[in-house]
Design a protein around this ligand. Structure first.
Ligand SMILES: [Zn+2]
Ligand SMILES: [Zn+2]
Ligand SMILES: [Zn+2]
Ligand SMILES: [Zn+2]
Ligand SMILES: [Zn+2]
Ligand SMILES: [Zn+2]
Ligand SMILES: [Zn+2]
Length: 1762
């Protein structure tokens, strides 16, 4: 059926394609009723083009539509073919200098922190790079899509509005030039016509609401019965739900369902079924039934007639067409704007633009985004119409927002979101405020949506329904709009603006009034609260409004008239709020020290109290602004202060602060966490500026306007402490009442809190307006106090500072002055440290410290002082003076009530009785005294002639208390306390106070020559007291010194002990771990020249090796016959060395690993943490892990970081991931080589001959055994003919020397290597097991050699013990493995390997030498050889065999090198060669000779003869890695110590290497020495057809030396990665932007991660793109960079993964995971190298294991779907 339809489609296409644009346009030009003509055309053709098949084929449809529908319009518009017409228009165009680029999802955007008017002003990457801002402080973010580049908008930038590109187009700026002048009259008229018709058409059809009818003039004559079942997007149902439902409803596959769901999610709708009405209706009802539940509405589905869908598709096409047409000319754009905004026939709100906006919430996502984009590229790009559009937008604001609030799409899909584009333009915002009263509209609209109020008219969020909560969430975006409107402050005020702003301010006050006192709470006594009350909504509102409140104040501050008006308004509203606040509350009178005041009876602990007081706080803010203003200084009488009633002002803020104190004292415990959270946010950096801080200001305002004694009494009363301080003997009574311990402690805390509050009221004068400071002083002080807690990273510091509406803290401007920056190392972050000279500004009672911070800071500062050998007093810092309006506040310190409080507390401390006082109480009193002294000192120092210093604190504290209690003076009590043994900590502070007191006394004496009479007595008294004070001081000092000396001695002893132990401890550790290494490297061999192999191998004396089991701690010797000791090991597949990542093992069952290809495409790597156990101890441990895991899986289905079923476990000592164990062995060669050796050993030629014979014999025997039934007679015949080589005994079976336990471990590890390397089920009989063992040995050595070379480390330099142990064990294991394998299998392998170099008749199809990795071949041959040699009794030693194998392979490698190096790179760079080594003449000629031989053998395929030095150099460079690997291999195999020269780095050790390996240093001489066979060998190697093909250029080969693999190069600037990723689209869903573009750091592929579209099936499971990629690219291991998150991702297998810190740092030495801060990021090479090293060392999986062990949440992540 489908094909039929397609045929039909094609048929129609052909007829359609015959349409001529010119003809149709011609007809239109003649038409009298153009609209009708065009509509007829559309009515006829649109349904013929669109919706011809169940599945849309947009490309085809668009192609035909362009031809049949759009081309005539273009023709009509241009009056000629648009191919010529549009370019002409474009040429005539004078484009504006706005960039206007609309951002794609994920595209990087840049904002200049110095020049952007607000943070919403952004540049695209091109514009940014061409702007001046690239050298400024900028912020980078990724766009969420929508929004456009503001380049060229002069209102958006304080400086540099144009980039280079957009600046070019501004010759003489004629902003107001009408773009229409560049168009001809005709074009204007015709565009106007066609735009009107088409825009009208699109709007009509898109907003059409009937499902099966069309507008009358589009209705067709005959109507088919074709319908679509259209599924719409909503934000309620999940992907899975939709997919599941679709499978059910329309019978599609899961894949199709995923496709539908993806499109619905992206475009907002998708037809899921096509057919007759019934058919579609049926699907609809199933979907509706399946997706509705009690809580949720069903998915929206419509059955729509196909012609309607067709017209709607074309309608969208028209809109984008309009968008592209106006791109040719600003004139056309203006015409379109005009058409769009023209009022329609229905008057108000009937323009096309209005109609679209007003039906926004009814349109589907795709339609919305198309017309939003059109608006952005038309209306918002035209300066004239932008204004008109803004007015339309503002007029419709209320409707649009209401639509948005009830719509369920995200804001980015709503037209309401355009507010950011309009309101942030300062001129537009200003215009809308004055002309459209926008501020008021926004606030009123907002209020309208929050109708739920309590009886007092306050917001009530308690018991919100889900719908109300949803609305509340959405309506918050209106606050954002308000913020946008206010963000740019007016530079000048018109009367209009004043009026409208104040009107808005009124509305705002109404809003705040609804918040004043909301969420009131009452203390819970007796029982706990039953349900935590809702508190978050209120705080969310407060938090969102914080910036708006601040901005309101900023606006007010700009104009005195406005400020005073606003102040009055605010005061009025506050009084309304407090209307009759004394009602029902009884007045009471308080009196202390002869002062008395009237107040009301009110207890925070018993009555309602609220944290939300925005009106009071706004007034406090305005008061500070007034205080700062000029009027306050010049004409304070003009200020509206007379109406203020200070007790009323302070009442509510004071209650709030008392509430905090009581919560802290534990009195509100039963009110649960909601209260704790509220108190937390009240002080938190996000809220405090408009909450806590302002309450302090309000109290300061109150104190400065009233008698401080009165204030203090009211305060005592609110703190419920009045009784204590008004009753003289209260303290004494406490001491006896043990029963009330809790109450006493509660009161103590309250007293502490109250004192703290007084400290804050006096000390916090760093807001401009309160004290005589500026804004930077304020920030400096914040930073100083943050850094006195500890050094901090930039981001930490930013987080602790309040941000303004532009997200700026102002920190950068002052940080240099107060802190030093310390750069980060390989890990960690850059840190700021406080400059020492700033420490004196430290205030222990800084009001923004949390309690924890305060005690940390105190500790840190005291420690610092001790380090500097200073006393540890932390006296209050010197403070700036108050502003005049607040100046009288300081008198609180010397007020009678204050002195009374101080005296009382000091008295308690002197009496030192019971619980009635606390040290921190005393500490605070001392601090207050200190503050008062500082104050007095400053007054004295700054006093001018005519003024008298009225601050006389010193005098007041010298006076003893009055009757009746006759207590001593405060000063006297301090002196007493100075020697109190229980106050050691405060001694320094008291001493500081007394010192300062004396200093002030001196100052006073010097300033007033005649001391006041009344103080004389006290001074006399003091001097006598001074004497015995001095005496006591002296004694105390002696005692202190003695104590200190003793302490010092003790701590010295202690340190010594620890130091010694530490060394001891470390020593044991090292010995333990490196036991084997140390023994091995001990210079037992005196011999100068060391030889690693062959008959001349240096003989190493027998060494005994003792190791300790980490599990049972028993020591054991490693011996052949003893129980096995094993190393924990981890075997993994690896592609780290791969030169061809496209290759991977296709079918492991059939894969033959015998020959490794030189591309090393898939190897098996073995690593170990180096920890040794008994085999049986390990078995027991592993069994218990397994059992535990099984139990755990049954109980809770948790994952672990390791996969027990796959044999994984964690090393019991270091928790390193392991999956098998390697047995520890002695050098295995010794065991087999103990047989008699004749002195005469064969040379290479003889040896090859012998071996060939032996192989032949074996093969003959093998054939006989293998084919017993068929041709046995013939074979036995052969046998008769066949002569066994001399001394060869194929029937001999050697005895296995190893103990059972060792044999078992040999098998265990062998099987593990096989299982992991080939991913097969374990099968110890498989002939490939030994091959895998040898391969893992070779591969692991090769990868180590690469790492050493890359790091320029010596081959035998010091290696980490774990690596050394691992390689030794691995090599020896591989060499011993044949003893547990089938002898004939190993012999078979040997024969085959051998045949690749010395051809025989039985192996025809072996790889050619170009396709063999020679090191793997060498390892295989050497390790398989004993299986053959053990049957050879002719006297040829194992060593001889090793040597000859090695030489033979070396020769083959040389030929391989000559073949590959000469053809690929034509010997380049002769000048480069000059400074390198040059060959001796003899070597050069030797290599030339060899090359000529090669030339002969290849039959002149090698044409040119390169210069000898070049060949020589190539061979030497190419063979070096092979020789190094071989040296490592034989070193570990035979245990011959390495030559000392090679243990240090330096120039190439080529000669030493050759000596050690028993090779001539002129390697080519190997060929000359054995010239009898050289020729034939070379001939046989070159004969291979592959060699010929290669030489003829038909195929490639690996060339040598192989370069080390590195991770890909990353760009220096992170934004270029973001840009690259934003251009990347999902490879599967046709041009869609990928949501999580992820870069493979190994090969550079970009992947579409974490998304349905790119899931594939792997081994029967769905996996994400990353996991799938790791299987081909990294054999299961992958290293990725998640570009949007700026996060490195490690993956291993399907279940393992972790995130790793990215190698990108900002200027402050910090990473930015998640790109939240947006600071520019730059590549940190060192960190990237660290990641690369992890990869090269095969440590990624281990790293994941450690990360998962440390952070269990990582285990739960679904890594396979990434
Ligand atoms: Zn731009
Ligand atoms: Zn630009
Ligand atoms: Zn800038
Ligand atoms: Zn043990
Ligand atoms: Zn370990
Ligand atoms: Zn994808
Ligand atoms: Zn890759």
């Amino acid at each position: 059926m489908a094909s039929e339809l397609e045929l039909e489609m094609q048929a129609i296409d052909r007829s359609l394609l015959e349409c001529s644009a010119e003809e149709i346009a011609g007809k239109w030009l003649q038409a009298t009723d153009l609209t009708r003509e065009v509509y007829q055309h559309l009515a006829h053709y649109v349904p013929k083009i669109y919706c011809r098949s169940p599945n849309p084929c947009p490309q085809k449809e668009d192609m035909v539509a362009q031809h049949v529908l759009l081309a005539p319009m273009e023709w009509y518009l241009c009056g000629e073919d648009s191919e010529f017409g549009f370019p002409k228009l474009q040429q005539a165009n004078k484009p504006s200098h706005l960039c206007g680029r609309v951002f794609k999802v994920g595209e990087p955007t840049y904002s200049c922190r110095d020049c952007a008017v607000d943070p919403t002003c952004v540049l695209c990457m091109d514009c940014f790079l061409g702007s001046i801002h690239r050298d400024h402080r900028y912020r980078m973010t990724t766009s969420g899509g929508g929004g456009f580049c503001d380049c060229g908008d002069t209102e958006a930038w304080k400086e540099g509005p144009y980039c280079q590109k957009h600046e070019l187009n501004t010759p003489e700026i004629e902003e107001e030039e009408d773009p229409l002048v560049h168009l001809s009259e005709d074009v204007i008229a015709r565009s106007y016509n066609i735009f009107t018709i088409m825009f009208q058409y699109a709007v009509e059809i898109l907003t059409w609401e009937k499902e099966s009818e069309l507008p009358a003039d589009l209705e067709m004559v005959e109507k088919s019965d074709t319908y679509y079942c259209m599924l719409f997007n909503d934000e309620v149902h999940t992907y899975e739900q939709v997919i599941y439902t679709l499978q059910k409803a329309v019978n599609c596959t899961q894949k199709e369902a995923i496709g539908f769901a993806t499109t619905v999610d992206r475009d907002g709708r998708r037809s899921v079924r096509c057919g007759d009405f019934q058919y579609c209706e049926q699907a609809k009802s199933i979907i509706v039934r399946n997706t509705s539940s009690r809580q949720t509405k069903p998915l929206k589905v419509q059955v729509m007639h196909s012609s309607l869908v067709a017209h709607q598709s074309f309608g969208l096409k028209v809109l984008s067409w309009l968008g592209s047409v106006i791109g040719y000319s600003d004139g056309l754009r203006r015409i379109l704007c005009q058409v769009g905004l023209q009022e329609g026939p229905d008057g108000e709100n009937s323009s096309l633009v209005d109609r679209l906006m007003l039906s926004d919430s009814k349109l589907w996502k795709g339609a919305r985004s198309v017309y939003h984009q059109l608006f952005m590229s038309s209306l918002l790009m035209d300066l004239k119409y932008k204004k008109l559009f803004a007015v339309r937008f503002a007029k419709n604001y209320e409707r649009l927002q209401s639509d948005y609030v009830t719509d369920d799409h995200d804001r980015e899909f709503s037209i309401a979101d355009l507010s950011v584009q309009i309101f942030t333009v300062p001129s537009l915002a200003r215009m809308l405020i004055t002309e459209e009263n926008l501020m008021t509209i926004i606030i009123k609209t907002f209020m309208d949506h929050l109708r739920h109020r309590d009886t007092q008219g306050r917001f009530q969020f308690e018991r919100y329904t889900a719908l109300q909560a949803f609305k509340f969430r959405r309506v918050q975006s209106l606050i954002l709009d308000l913020k946008y409107v206010l963000i740019s402050k007016p530079t000048e005020w018109s009367d209009d603006l004043r009026e409208k702003f104040l009107e808005g301010f009124d509305a705002f006050l109404e809003l705040l009034k609804c918040m004043q006192g909301m969420d009131p709470i009452t203390r819970q006594v007796g029982q706990h609260i039953e349900m935590e009350p809702e508190w978050e909504a209120a705080f969310t509102l407060q938090m969102k409004l914080t910036h708006v409140i601040s901005m309101m104040q900023d606006w007010c501050a700009l104009d005195e008239k406005v400020l005073i008006e606003a102040y009055k308004k605010c005061l009025t509203v506050l009084m309304q709020c407090h209307g009759g606040f004394t009602d029902g509350e009884q007045p009471i009178t308080l009196s202390i020290c002869g002062h008395s005041v009237e107040t009301i009876r009110y207890c925070v602990s018993q009555e309602k109290v609220s944290i939300h007081l925005p009106v009071s706080r706004l007034l406090a803010g305005l008061h500070v602004l007034l205080s700062k203003s000029e009027v306050a200084y010049k004409f304070p009488e003009l200020l509206p202060l007379s109406e203020l009633s200070p007790p009323m002002l302070i009442e509510h803020p004071l209650r709030c602060l008392v509430l905090c104190a009581q919560v802290h004292a534990g009195m509100w415990r039963r009110n649960g966490f909601s209260l704790v959270n509220q108190i937390y946010y009240y002080h938190n950096v996000k809220c405090r500026r408009e909450m806590f801080d302002k309450d302090i200001v309000m109290l300061q305002t109150g104190v400065s306007m009233m008698d401080p004694n009165h204030f203090l009494m009211i305060m005592l009363s609110r703190f419920e402490l009045y009784q204590i301080f008004s009753t003289p003997d209260y303290g004494k009574r406490f001491s006896s009442e043990i029963t009330h311990k809790d109450v006493v402690q509660q009161n103590n805390t309250l007293i502490e809190e109250m004192l703290y509050l007084i400290i804050m009221l006096v000390g916090e004068r760093f807001s401009p307006g309160v004290g005589q400071v500026n804004a930077t002083d304020d920030i400096k002080r914040e930073i100083i106090h943050q850094l006195s807690i500890k050094p901090m990273a930039h981001s930490e510091l930013v987080k602790s500072l309040p941000e303004d509406e532009n997200k700026e803290t102002g920190m950068e401007s002052v940080i240099e002055a107060v802190a030093h920056f310390k750069k980060p190392g390989l890990t960690g972050r850059g840190m700021y440290e406080l400059k020492p000279e700033c420490a004196k500004e430290f205030n222990l009672y800084f009001y923004h410290f949390s309690r924890a911070e305060q005690s940390k800071a105190e500790e840190a500062q005291r420690k610092l002082k001790r380090q500097n050998r200073e006393d540890t007093a932390l006296p209050p810092p010197v403070l700036p003076p108050f502003c005049p309006l607040f100046a009288s506040l300081v008198n609180i310190l010397q007020s009678d009530v204050m002195l009374c409080i101080m005296r009382t507390i000091l008295q308690w401390a002197v009496e030192h009785n019971g619980y009635a006082w606390s040290e921190s109480m005393l500490q605070r009193v001392l601090h207050l005294i200190g503050m008062a002294l500082q104050e007095e000192k400053q007054h004295l120092e700054n006093v001018t002639e005519e003024h008298v210093v009225t601050f006389t604190f010193t005098q007041k504290i010298s006076k003893p208390g009055e009757a009746p209690n006759n207590s001593p003076s405060i000063l006297a009590m301090l002196e007493t306390l100075q020697n109190a043994p229980y106050l050691e900590v405060h001694k320094d502070m008291i001493r500081w106070i007394l010192k300062t007191f004396n200093a002030i006394k001196k100052l006073r004496e010097s300033s007033s020559p005649s001391p006041v009479a009344e103080t004389e007595g006290t001074i006399m008294e003091e001097s006598s007291r001074d004497k015995d004070k001095a005496e006591r001081k002296r004694k105390a000092e002696i005692a202190r010194l003695r104590r200190e000396k003793i302490m010092a001695q003790m701590s010295e002893m202690q340190r010594h002990f620890i130091d010694e132990n530490k060394e001891l401890f470390q020593q044991t550790l090292e010995l333990d771990a490196s036991a084997s290494a140390v023994l091995d490297n001990s210079p037992v061999v005196s011999d100068k020249t060391l030889t690693a192999l062959g008959p001349a191998q240096t003989q190493v004396p027998e060494q005994r090796q003792f190791v300790t089991c980490i599990l049972c701690q028993e020591e054991q010797e490693v011996k052949v016959e003893s129980k096995a000791m094993v190393l924990a090991a981890f075997v993994q597949r690896s592609t780290v060395l791969s030169k061809d990542r496209s290759k991977f093992i296709q079918d492991p069952e059939k894969y033959d690993p015998l020959f490794m290809h030189p591309d090393l495409s898939c190897g098996t790597h073995t690593g170990s943490c180096g920890h040794i156990m008994h085999a049986h101890c390990w078995q027991r441990y592993f069994d218990s892990v397994q059992a535990k895991e099984q139990r755990r899986q049954q109980r809770l289905r948790l994952h672990t970081s390791y996969d027990v079923e796959n044999g994984e476990f964690l090393c019991p000592l270091c928790e390193c991931l392991s999956n098998t164990v390697i047995p520890l062995l002695l050098p295995p060669r010794k065991i087999f080589n103990s047989r008699l050796n004749f002195s005469d050993q064969p040379n290479l030629t003889q040896w090859i001959r012998t071996i060939s014979q032996q192989i032949k014999a074996l093969q003959a025997l093998g054939k006989e055994e293998g084919t017993p039934h068929t041709t046995s007679s013939k074979n036995s015949e052969n046998m008769d003919e066949f002569q066994l080589p001399e001394g060869f005994r194929p029937d001999f079976r050697p005895k296995n020397p190893y103990s059972e336990s060792i044999k078992e471990m040999l098998k265990t590890f062998g099987t593990a290597t096989y299982k992991v390397g080939l991913k097969l089920h374990p099968n110890e009989e498989d002939p490939r097991v030994p091959v895998m063992c040898w391969g893992s040995c070779a591969y692991t050595i090769q990868s180590l050699e690469r790492i050493l070379s890359d790091e320029d480390k010596p081959l035998f330099g010091p290696l980490p013990c774990r690596l050394d142990d691992c390689l030794r064990s691995l090599t020896r294991f591989a060499a011993a493995h044949w003893t547990v394998a089938s002898l004939s299998v190993v012999q078979g392998h040997f024969c085959k390997l051998f045949a690749s170099l010395v051809p025989d008749d039985n192996h025809g199809d072996l790889p050619c030498i170009l396709d063999i990795d020679m090191f793997h071949l060498l390892v295989g041959l050497v390790l398989a050889f004993p299986a053959l040699q053990c049957q050879d009794f002719s006297g040829t030693s194992l060593g001889t065999g090793d040597l000859h194998i090695f030489r033979l392979v070396t020769m083959a490698h040389i030929i391989q090198l000559l073949l590959t190096s000469c053809t690929v790179i034509p010997y380049l760079s002769e000048e480069n060669g000059m400074d390198e080594e040059s060959p001796a003449g003899e070597e050069e000629s030797a290599v030339l000779a060899l090359y000529k031989t090669l030339q002969q053998c290849t039959g002149s395929a090698l044409k040119e003869v390169p210069p000898g030095w070049h060949l020589w150099r190539n061979v030497r460079a190419g063979i070096l890695p092979f020789l190094k690997c071989s040296a490592l291999f034989f070193h570990y195999l035979n245990g011959v110590p390495s030559p000392p020269e090679m243990q240090v780095s330096g120039a190439s050790h080529f000669e030493h290497l050759c000596n050690y390996l028993s090779l001539p240093s002129n390697l080519v001489s190997l060929f000359q020495e054995n010239n009898e066979i050289t020729k034939s060998l070379i001939e046989s190697w070159c004969h291979n057809i592959e060699v010929k093909r290669y030489l003829e250029g038909e195929r490639d080969a690996i060339s040598y030396p192989r370069e080390s693999n590195k991770l890909i190069d990353l760009p220096e600037d992170y934004s270029s990665l973001i840009n690259q990723a934003s251009n990347f689209s999902c490879p599967k869903s046709g041009g869609d932007k990928s949501r999580a573009p992820t870069l493979c750091l190994v090969c550079g592929t970009l992947l579409c991660s974490q998304s349905y579209c790119c899931q594939t099936e792997l081994e029967g499971e769905d996996v994400g793109a990353c996991t799938a990629h790791t299987y081909s690219c990294g054999s299961g291991v992958g290293i990725f960079l998640r570009v949007r998150e700026c996060q490195v991702l490690f993956l291993a297998g399907k279940t393992k993964g972790c995130f790793y810190s990215p190698p990108y740092l900002d200027d402050y030495g910090e990473t930015d995971q998640g790109l939240r801060r947006g600071n520019p990021l730059h590549l940190c090479q060192e960190r990237f190298k660290k990641i690369q090293k992890l990869w090269q060392q095969h440590s990624v999986t281990e790293e994941i294991g450690h990360a998962q062990e440390a952070n269990q949440t990582l285990v739960g992540i679904d890594w396979q779907h990434l």
